[in-house]
Design a protein around this ligand. Structure first.
Ligand code: NDP
Length: 312
């Protein structure tokens, strides 16, 4: 059995490779060609969690599971908040094939999924990006989104202005893009065509009224029922697309809060990104529409990445 460590994942799972893999996986998922259970999360102490995500890519295709610890307090210590393994099995023989570093795959595949959604849902001419948060996902999201739109300006906001400024300088140097820190979330998003929320916030850090008509938003930070990154206004005003409709109806916190307030029903989740990618569901319906992609994260993204790393 092979072990594919974080260094190998970083070197080989490029966005050029991962974006099409995730695209294909989400189409297969929405066509019902994959199998998976709703993600299980075991709460640990102090907001820490253990996630268990099993799935199969098809009847005779590879299957496996991601086991991942989520320790949000690691960020302040300079350690990754997501660590774990993906175990991939051979669909014909049942034999385990490889164990892959899940922290690195998660950082890359989540951003690749947001890039795929952005490509499908953002206005074609979108070129300004706002990132709320400056952790691991913030970095991978800037890189990934730059693969689907020619970014002329990136603005970053986070709770600590010094950390936001340091992150912006670092990302400018590493990507060659114009990345600037903003003093508050409102000014960060004021001129943005695309917004990604990648924080551990439990209450809204982004209000719908701050956004320009036509903005596309990737909601990434909250992956369990409870914590929300945006207000109900944005949820209600947007064309709301899920990675997994079943997942978002059960665990999509922003959707669930607006539903609990009596503002929307289940039909507000118009469908899944895989349906949009397959051409079975309209994405954006006009230049002034708000579009939202709600990302909970899906094991088919992890398995597709692990399979490509194993076969590559
Ligand atoms: P990191 O731990 O690397 O970064 C967390 C970020 O959130 C930091 O910028 C931190 O900065 C900020 N933050 C924490 N609390 C708050 C708050 N109350 N308000 C505003 N900002 C806050 O995490 P990642 O970048 O790896 O992940 C970001 C989020 O995305 C997490 O919530 C994670 O669970 C989620 N995620 C979702 C996935 C999906 O598939 N949808 C996959 C992977 C991650 P500071 O504390 O200085 O404010």
């Amino acid at each position: 059995m092979r072990f594919i460590d974080g260094e190998e994942v970083r070197a080989r799972l490029t966005f050029e490779a991962c974006i099409p893999l995730v695209r294909g996986a989400m189409i297969a998922f929405s066509r019902g060609q994959t199998r998976q259970l709703l993600r299980s999360v075991i709460p640990l102490v102090d907001g820490r969690m253990f996630g268990i995500m099993p799935g199969a890519m098809g009847e005779r295709a590879v299957f496996g599971a991601k086991l991942i610890s989520i320790f949000p307090d690691n960020f302040a210590r300079g350690a990754p908040s997501h660590q774990g393994v993906i175990v991939l099995f051979n669909g014909a023989s049942g034999a385990p094939l490889c164990v892959v570093d899940a922290g690195e795959v998660t950082a890359i595949r989540t951003a690749a999924a947001s890039a795929v959604a952005t490509d499908a849902l953002a206005r074609p001419e979108a070129c300004t990006l706002a990132i709320l948060g400056y952790g691991e996902q913030a970095g991978t999201h800037i890189r990934a989104i730059s693969h689907v739109r020619p970014l002329t300006r990136v603005t970053v906001w986070g709770r600590d202005p010094d950390k936001a400024a340091a992150f912006a300088r670092d990302m400018s140097r590493k990507t060659g893009l114009s990345v600037e820190a903003s003093p508050d979330a409102r000014s960060a998003v004021a001129a943005a065509d695309i917004v990604c929320t990648v924080t551990n916030a439990r209450e809204p850090i982004l209000l719908g009224k701050w956004l320009r008509p036509g903005t596309h938003v990737n909601l990434v930070g909250s992956s369990v029922a409870g914590p929300v990154e945006v207000d109900c206004d944005l949820v209600v005003a947007s064309r709301f697309i899920a990675d997994s409709r079943e997942g978002v109806l059960a665990q999509g916190a922003e959707f669930l809060r607006a539903k609990a307030a009596g503002l929307i029903g289940d039909s507000h989740v118009v469908g899944e990104i895989g349906q949009v990618l397959a051409g079975d569901l309209a994405g954006r319906e006009g230049p002034d529409q708000f579009t939202v992609y709600k990302s909970l994260g899906h094991v088919v993204q992890d398995l597709a990445a692990a399979q490509a790393l194993y076969q590559g």
